[in-house]
Design a protein around this ligand. Structure first.
Ligand code: DGJ
Length: 732
């Protein structure tokens, strides 16, 4: 049996009763209601599974008629191209994006799917489709999360014929939007040190493809989309349909406006160079594709997604642990790590309240530059003559836990591992092996490589008291060959690699339940809902410039929760832009996410330690609001804005924290008034500045209505200024 997504457990069982899935046998209509959404589909007269409604929750009294296929527009735009199908095979003259494309050994490449049966099991609906003549089945899975109304969809192709077949394209499913021509698409683009750029475009007839062909998620596009009605939406108002793929390999999401002006969003593994040979009796499961709907604008959409990630995706969901304040050595020492140097940094980090000390790259093998050592996961005896234990003991004596950097999927040609196992890397026989950062990709799909990687990590965790792994991944695939298997099976690498990645993470977490993991990929190149199921936090970017980060963090939070977004305070001027900003500004920028410190503390003055200690203490007081709360974007940093302001409100609406940033004041203009959101209108809240920059005209206590309608002034003037304040509900 072949799985892709099957390792991921379903949502917490306790939620199933609150969600509603009904089937009306007379009309052949399925209705899913949860959170504030209704999702309706049915079986039409051709036995196709047809989308009927996806949007704001409807009354239970609302009934739907049996769906009828669209007649088509002309001989060129036939019925199957204009009927909004949930999952459609390539066959019968289909020109819109298919969900499945298969080649049979006899040359037939036609698949036409029809409804066979279904099963409703609490919050889960399973529908079986079958080709009109061949024993090819597709099991569609729908699962709804009760509170957020976020749906999970996936598909499983089953080969019940007596011969192998090749799956050339498989999607998790198609999301169909109500007919319309006024849609706007938002998506994320990026590159190393410049991730998380929010883009938007009007959806036109034709197709937009968001994708990665790189073997991993990539920063160039992130597997997330949001679609709203152009012109009638703003941050917190209007309809938004959004979704994200849970897949850390090459992926594709197509957004297509068809000839009948209907928008279809289809997503799954990337189709380029895909070809999965499925033997008789085997099945192939697609990744999970999640999607939701909000009528509270793009802000409401991201708040729903954040809530869903916290309650259903992250390890320990629905109660993932708060992120500790960490120190990371990378920007301070790069590869020059050793026992004495790291101990000295650890002492300084502990003095400002850091809770986790992380040694980055350079501690292992013959690793003194990025040209050697990857793959040789023994502690370097010159740098750590007594192993890691003395440093770990020291870190513990300072009341911090200990974390370590690893890059398990890579090997430098200059390593003992490569000298012994040069066949372990992705390669095509006899072809050059393209290096990236002087390293090659281990082929994790190979059972021996999987075993090696799991064994070294397991040993590391067994022999050392390690609380945290920073799991790095610093290049993309090239020459994706797997010469050890039959040529017709080689392309399975796209699936098998990611399966093994997930299974290693899963097994490590089961065996070492106290260990937390960060997903890092030279910055934010591997952030998606697949990897986030196994990792507690992610590294959004190597760009740690506190001003650039405002934009990066803003883009990131459209798709992912602030609580998983690690943000370090680093040195100024930054290596990125040579920009100098104050330590307070750098702290406030990082406090929008999960706080870390990456400065070279050896260069700090006593006043820097005092400032840092004060701000770390403040962060610990507000971190639950930032990491678990609802995020409101009050002033966006997008489009060259001179200001930006975010507000986080605790789930119970008793606490809020606001961060305000000014790029440069001009022409004596004051900082715009800040209008809060998400508070209880009638409750009284006390305002308190974290840094004394509130303007004198604010009362100390006022109603939620006052803070939201009258607003708050902050006294920010100059260049690169920042302020923060909190609100606390006063019990009468
Ligand atoms: C890339 C990461 O993003 C950095 O934080 C650091 O860990 C380096 N790799 C180490 O090689």
């Amino acid at each position: 049996m072949v799985f892709v997504g099957a390792l991921r457990p379903l949502f917490a069982a306790g939620q199933s009763n609150a969600a509603l899935i009904h089937f009306d046998g007379q009309t052949q209509v399925f209705r899913i209601d949860a959170g504030d959404i209704s999702y309706v589909l049915g079986i039409n007269e051709k036995k196709q599974l047809q989308a009927i409604y996806w949007g704001k929750r409807l009354s239970t009294a609302d009934a739907f008629a049996m769906p009828h296929s669209d007649p088509g527009l002309s001989s060129f735009e036939s019925s199957s191209n204009t009927t909004q199908q949930e999952f459609v095979g390539w066959g019968g003259g289909l020109y819109v994006e298919p969900d499945l494309k298969v080649t049979f050994p006899d040359g037939n490449r036609d698949v036409v799917l029809q409804y066979v049966s279904h099963r409703i099991d609490g919050s889960q609906l399973t529908i079986l489709l079958k080709d009109v003549s061949r024993e090819v089945y597709v099991e569609l899975q729908y699962q709804i999360e009760a509170t957020t109304g976020v749906l999970r969809r996936s598909a499983q192709v089953q080969n019940r014929t007596s011969a192998p077949l090749t799956v050339e394209e498989i999607a998790s499913g198609t999301w169909n939007l109500p007919r319309g021509t006024d849609y706007r698409l938002r998506y994320l683009t990026g590159r190393w040190a410049g991730e998380w750029n929010l883009r938007e475009q009007i959806i036109q007839p034709g197709k937009t493809i968001l994708e990665s062909r790189r073997g991993s998620t990539g920063a160039q596009n992130n597997p997330w989309f949001a679609i709203d009605r152009n012109g009638s939406n703003d941050q917190d108002h209007g309809e938004v349909w959004f979704g994200a793929l849970g897949w850390s390999g090459s992926w594709q999401i197509s957004i297509e406006q068809d000839a009948a002006q209907q928008v279809r969003v289809t997503g799954g593994p990337n189709r380029f160079d895909f070809g999965y040979l499925l033997a008789p009796g085997e099945h192939l499961q697609s990744p999970d594709f999640y999607a939701g709907y909000s009528h509270d604008g793009i802000g409401g959409a991201s708040r729903l997604l954040h809530r869903f990630e916290i309650s259903s995706i992250l390890p320990h969901a629905p109660g993932p642990k708060l992120r500790p304040v960490l120190y990371n050595s990378w920007e301070a020492t790069e590869f020059k790590v050793d026992e004495a140097g790291q101990e000295a940094l650890a002492e300084k980090a502990a003095s400002i309240g850091v809770e986790r000390f992380v040694v980055d790259d350079g501690w292992f093998g013959q690793r003194s530059t990025d040209r050697a050592g990857l793959g040789d996961w023994y502690v370097n005896p010159e740098k750590f003559p007594h192993g890691l234990k003395p440093l770990i003991d020291k870190v513990h004596s300072l009341h911090m836990d200990f974390g370590l950097w690893v890059e398990p999927e890579m090997v430098n040609p200059n390593s003992d591992l490569y000298r012994k196992h040069s066949d372990w890397v992705l390669n095509f026989t006899g072809r050059p092996r393209t290096e990236g950062r002087n390293q090659l990709m281990l082929n994790l799909a190979r059972p021996d490589v999987r075993e090696y990687v799991f064994e070294f990590l397991d040993k590391l965790l067994r022999e050392n008291d390690i609380a945290f792994l920073k799991w790095d991944y610093n290049r993309n695939w090239s020459e994706p060959g797997w010469p050890a298997v039959a040529p017709e099976d080689e392309k399975k690498v796209y699936i098998a690699y990611i399966q093994n990645l997930y299974s290693i993470l899963d097994e490590l977490r089961t065996k070492h339940p106290h260990v937390e993991i960060e997903s890092c990929s030279g910055g934010g190149s591997r952030v998606d809902l697949g990897i986030m199921h196994y990792t507690d936090e992610v590294w959004p970017s190597d760009n740690t410039d506190a001003f650039d980060r405002l934009l990066i963090q803003d883009g990131f939070t459209y798709a992912y929760a602030p609580g998983v977004m690690m943000a370090w305070v680093t040195d100024s001027p930054t290596w990125v832009n040579q920009r100098t900003v104050s330590l307070e500004y750098r702290f406030l920028s990082s406090m929008q996410g999960s706080l870390g410190v990456g400065s070279n503390l050896n260069n700090w003055k006593p006043e820097d330690f005092a400032t840092a200690k004060k701000m770390v203490t403040q962060y610990k007081q507000i971190r639950e609001i930032v990491q678990r709360g609802s995020l409101y974007r009050l002033i966006s940093p997008q489009n060259g804005s001179e200001q930006s302001v975010t507000e986080s409100v605790s789930e119970d609406q008793r606490h809020a924290v606001v961060f305000a940033f000014l790029h440069s004041s001009q022409m004596l203009y004051p900082f715009p008034r800040i209008y809060l959101r998400g508070l209880k209108i009638d409750a009284m809240y006390r305002i308190e500045a974290l840094d004394g920059k509130l303007s004198g005209n604010s009362p100390a206590v006022a109603s939620g209505a006052f803070w939201m309608q009258h607003g708050v002034d902050v006294d920010l003037r100059g260049d690169f200024q920042a302020a923060a304040f909190t609100l606390e509900l006063m019990d009468r």
